[in-house]
Design a protein around this ligand. Structure first.
Ligand code: NAP
Length: 435
């Protein structure tokens, strides 16, 4: 006889969809899964919608995979349903055979230095969803009326933010950048953007494909001191054979450093071995003080020397932590778990499980491994009453509602050559979904 298990997935980002896909792949004639995906926003896709940089449309094509998963028999989307507001973890645990938490890491880590709270100092956890039209950040006041911006961190998020500030905004006209952000970026006075990493290029968390894009920027000159790359290369060689990813990174950085500068008014400059010490200003960000470091053996140490960059905006892109949800244990910014197992019939996947690392595809293998454990833990289906009865009074945006939002966004973008024109108002989204 066929056993049908019901699984709740909380969070409609890449980790959530790949969990659903892994479950779908493990279905047999004897074992089927009813999958209910709960999402706080009326729109799914998580970071693919509100994290991936608008000038990286190719990365967003994974949404086609998500839609295929979502339209497979046995899958339901419960959009606009928030854990803790509309339904509790306890209720999900009771109703479902297993609950998978896929809520990511949405809080930006703080530097903890003086001046970090001055107006003009932001976290990438605010700026990225702001330019991507996340409803929670649509009203964020972002003042780009400054010649110089500084981004802290040497990872791909710092690179995304730096590039978004440094690009000629006309290059974003045919992207899905939020309308209000595009207006603001067109009016931006930023001409110089700095990306500052605390360690050397050999320890940067950028990845080579992202670095290789930089010399292709037509209206922005990218500066990276070639001597700094040679020194990093020499240090890495001293340790033995350089592993493949690092070699690609250093080569890509060398290409950036040596690329011809076109005399563009817009520049993006990389500074390494620079630790932010203090942000200063009279009522708003006016400058940042950075400590100069040096490499000694395997460690980076302060030289005691500092330098200052006069700037009107600082964005910290130094990693993320998971937002705490009631009923879940947390440690070091993620849900405390054992290979994805949290407690009886509760599992965790993605950034909420392993911390904010890896690209979108990393979540696929990660989710598959957790789903294998989950399936091995299953005994007999609970056959609980349908949760939809309990949520009758809520304004659920289901897959058909989301399809309407999606279609409207895509059609509104078409006339201006954009992949979509994002809606940012939740009530407008719900109205579109339910009409
Ligand atoms: P990340 O890759 O972990 O980089 C974080 C950076 O912040 C590191 O350079 C780190 O330096 C620095 N940092 C941490 N604490 C600091 C402090 N107190 N002061 C100064 N610097 C500090 O994180 P991310 O950039 O947020 O990216 C998260 C994940 O998403 C990564 O796996 C990334 O590749 C991925 N992602 C991918 C793409 C893409 O594929 N296009 C785009 C965006 C994000 P240390 O190494 O010295 O700690």
């Amino acid at each position: 006889m066929t056993q049908r298990f019901s699984i709740a997935i909380v969070g409609a980002g890449p980790a959530g969809y790949f969990t659903a896909q892994a479950l779908q792949n493990l279905q047999t004639d004897d074992r089927k899964f009813s999958i209910d995906m709960f999402e706080r926003l009326p729109t799914p896709w998580g970071l693919v919608r509100s994290g991936v940089a608008p000038d990286h449309p190719k990365i967003k094509t994974v949404s086609k995979v998500f839609e295929k998963i979502a339209t497979t028999e046995g899958f339901r989307l419960f959009g606009n349903i928030e854990l803790g507001r509309d339904i509790s973890l306890e209720e999900l645990k009771e109703s479902y055979d297993a609950v998978v938490i896929a809520t990511g890491s949405s809080q930006g880590k703080k530097l903890g230095i003086p001046g970090e709270d001055l107006p003009g100092s932001y976290s990438a956890a605010e700026i990225v969803p702001w330019y991507n039209g996340h409803p929670d950040f649509a009203n964020l006041k972002v003042d780009l009326n400054t010649e110089t911006a500084v981004v802290i961190g040497a990872g791909n998020v710092a690179m995304d933010v730096g590039r978004m500030f440094a690009l000629d905004p006309h290059e974003l006209d045919t992207t899905d950048t939020a309308d209000y952000a595009l207006v603001n970026l067109h009016a931006s006075s930023i001409r110089k953007t700095f990306i500052c990493g605390r360690r050397g290029p050999e320890n940067a968390a950028f990845t080579a494909p992202e670095l290789r894009e930089l010399p292709k920027l037509e209206h922005t000159d990218v500066f990276l001191d070639p001597a700094v790359i040679s020194e990093a290369q020499a240090r890495a060689e001293k340790k033995g054979e350089i592993e493949k990813d690092l070699r690609s990174n250093l080569e890509a950085m060398k290409t950036v450093a040596e690329a011809e500068k076109k005399g563009n008014a817009r520049s993006l400059t990389f500074r390494f071995l620079s630790t932010p010490l203090e942000i200063r200003g009279n009522g708003k960000v006016e400058e940042i003080i950075l400590g100069i470091n040096k490499v000694e053996g395997d460690t980076v140490v302060a030289t005691g020397e500092t330098y200052t960059i006069k700037c009107g905006i600082v964005v910290t892109a130094i990693g993320y932590e998971a937002l705490h949800l009631d009923g879940l244990p947390y440690e070091k910014g993620r849900v405390l778990n054992n290979d994805g197992r949290v407690s009886e019939n509760v599992y965790v996947v993605g950034w909420a499980k392993r911390g904010p690392s890896g690209v979108i595809g990393t979540n696929k293998s990660d989710a598959s491994a957790v789903v294998e454990l989950l399936v091995s833990d299953l005994k007999n289906p609970k056959n609980s009453p349908d949760i939809a009865n309990q949520l009758r009074d809520k304004q659920i945006v289901d897959q058909s509602g989301w399809t309407k939002i999606n279609a409207r966004e895509v059609s509104e973008g078409e006339s201006s050559g954009k992949p979509r024109r994002k809606m940012v108002d939740i009530s407008e989204m719900i109205l579109t979904a339910t009409n």
